[in-house]
Design a protein around this ligand. Sequence first.
Ligand code: ZN
Length: 141
Amino acid sequence: MGPDRHEGLQQRMKYAMLVDPRAEGEGAPCLSLPAGTALDDAAGALLRLLAAKECPDRILIVVGGEEVGTTSSTYLRAVLGTQASRGPGDEVRAAAPGESTRFGVVAFRCAVCGSSAYTAFYDDRYRPECREGDHGPMELS
Ligand SMILES: [Zn+2]
């Protein structure tokens, strides 16, 4: 069971501003978010991911098991950076999106090929599957 087509479309529209239309989804690590994640929280989780040491330059956004689209670090920084500097003064800058996120980001790694995936939640029962092939569930990185 998954979201039906209509919900899938609504979901893609909801997160459309986070998606880089030019980013290739092929081979990009994915970030899984719970169904119904607020746009701000999704943006926050992505920003956290981009701030990580081993920053992926492209990320496939998955919400509630549904692929929303791919984004790139360059695109995301441009889009969210623009938003953060919208107001006057440094106080506004200090409250940039991502600071108030409810989500941490959990990193997983495939033991077979070393590719990465991320979730914005930690659930013992949930482990992302490697997208590169029949490598099975990934391990906590
Ligand atoms: Zn793998």
